[in-house]
Design a protein around this ligand. Sequence first.
Ligand SMILES: Nc1ncnc2c1ncn2CCCCCNC(=O)c1cc(-c2ccc(F)cc2)cc(O)c1O
Ligand SMILES: [Mg+2]
Length: 214
Amino acid sequence: TGSSRPQRMLKAVQKNATKGDPQSVISAIDHYCRHKEWAMNVGDDKGLILDSVLTEVNPSTALELGTYCGYSTVRIARLLSPGSKLITVEFNPAFAEVARQIIAYAGLQDKVTVVEGPSGDLIPKMKERFGIRYFDFVFLDHWKDRYVPDTKLLEDCGLLKKGTVLLADNVICPGAPEYLKYVRNSAHYESRYYKSNLEYTKVEDGLEKSVFLG
Ligand SMILES: Nc1ncnc2c1ncn2CCCCCNC(=O)c1cc(-c2ccc(F)cc2)cc(O)c1O
Ligand SMILES: [Mg+2]
């Protein structure tokens, strides 16, 4: 059988990026997805917002839900301070395998742990498996109807602390209306919408940043 879109994306990275240079990996993926074939990476427009929120938070421990090919994983890991860790959870083994290779190509494998499985099963195991007390930053980019249940799960598992920042992708397109209702109406979050556009398109999308107030 032929190659998959993630495998073609990996080939584009190996062909056009410089090993050990995260920015060149990001640029190679953006170029490929803008000019060759669209893919559901957070992309360069929303990526700049992700970068700015990350730089502000400077997390010691970060969680990403929904790795896909590792584009946002590389964007996050390249900005982490020495000794900081990123755990990224991916449901699809084929996506996880491509992501590990793209993360390694960028030279960021020592900062990132790619974990395979459904987020709902893995979140309750974060403390025992990875010695995580809490997360300073969470990037939600997986199934949009998992944003609310997984946010509640993170609260119930004591994985959020006062000041933890949740950043959710796609709150407009494909949309996460229940999630927006949840974080905007909860006294436990201070929420703000960052307007942008759907990766590689002119369609509106945006990121919702929600600070956990404890
Ligand atoms: N650990 C876990 N647990 C549960 N589910 C898990 C998981 N790990 C992964 N998944 C399963 C997520 C599958 C991908 C989620 N992302 C998306 O579905 C997504 C779709 C679009 C899109 C927009 C307009 C269109 F016309 C078409 C598609 C854009 C995006 O930026 C998206 O992030
Ligand atoms: Mg997304």
